[in-house]
Design a protein around this ligand. Structure first.
Ligand code: PRP
Length: 209
């Protein structure tokens, strides 16, 4: 048997949805379900090795070819870009990028340069560039909602899923930017060298999403 196909999974919610998908295909995911603190785990009947990583690192591992495939959000793909194939929209991990401000505050209009806090500076920059609008971007690592509350920024560009975090912090969406969901990505060399196995797995995935 060939060496296993190595798949980098974004830890957390996408990991759970991906494992459920593999189980729907019929693979035994016990090792991943009972992983403890282990980071590389087998799905033996699928001849797959799962690597658990942070979203940005999933892209790094796939781009460098140390993982053949990856499951990662479109948000991370858009922010990091990179060279790999994006093969399947997995349909889970659905949320959106949005521009939000403190409730009732006026963002558009006026001549002052607005400040935007975000974990996604490239996406934020591209959004305002497409409008021909000059903004100052401040990179924040987490809980971006704090920035307008602390008056560091006029608004945030962030992921909104249920809207609860915004609501509970007195913020509101004033503009939807782009929808986001989990994607299956593939290393370019693996796609050539292991085409048959990858295509087989992709068909199983597509039949089960
Ligand atoms: C994301 C995002 C929002 C929140 C939105 O943060 O940055 O803060 O989820 O979800 P909601 O619309 O369902 O409330 P995450 O939980 O990834 O944490 P982080 O901000 O620390 O990165």
């Amino acid at each position: 048997m060939n060496k296993p196909l190595r798949i980098a999974l974004t830890k957390g919610r996408l990991e759970k949805d991906t494992i459920s998908l593999f189980e729907k295909i019929g693979y035994d995911c016990t090792a991943v379900r009972e992983k403890g603190r282990k980071l590389i785990l087998p799905i033996e009947d699928g001849n797959i090795e799962v690597v658990l990583a942070k979203a940005n690192d999933v892209i790094t591992y796939v781009e460098h070819g140390v993982c053949d495939m990856g499951v990662v959000g479109k948000d991370t793909i858009m922010e990091m870009q990179g060279k790999f194939f994006e093969l399947v929209d997995l349909g889970f991990g659905k949320c959106k990028f949005a521009l939000a401000t403190k409730k009732g505050s006026k963002f558009y209009g006026g001549y002052d340069v607005k400040t935007i806090a975000t974990k996604y500076p490239n996406i934020a920059r591209a959004h305002f560039e497409s409008k021909g609008m000059d903004v100052e971007i401040v990179k924040i690592e987490g809980s971006v909602e704090l920035a307008p509350l602390l008056e560091l920024s006029d608004g945030i560009v962030d992921i909104v899923e249920t809207g609860t975090t915004l609501k509970e912090n007195g913020l509101e969406v004033i503009e939807d930017i782009v929808p986001v969901s989990a994607r299956l990505i593939v290393n370019m060399v693996s796609m050539k060298l292991r085409q048959e196995e990858i295509e087989k797995l992709v068909s199983l995935i597509e039949a089960n999403i």
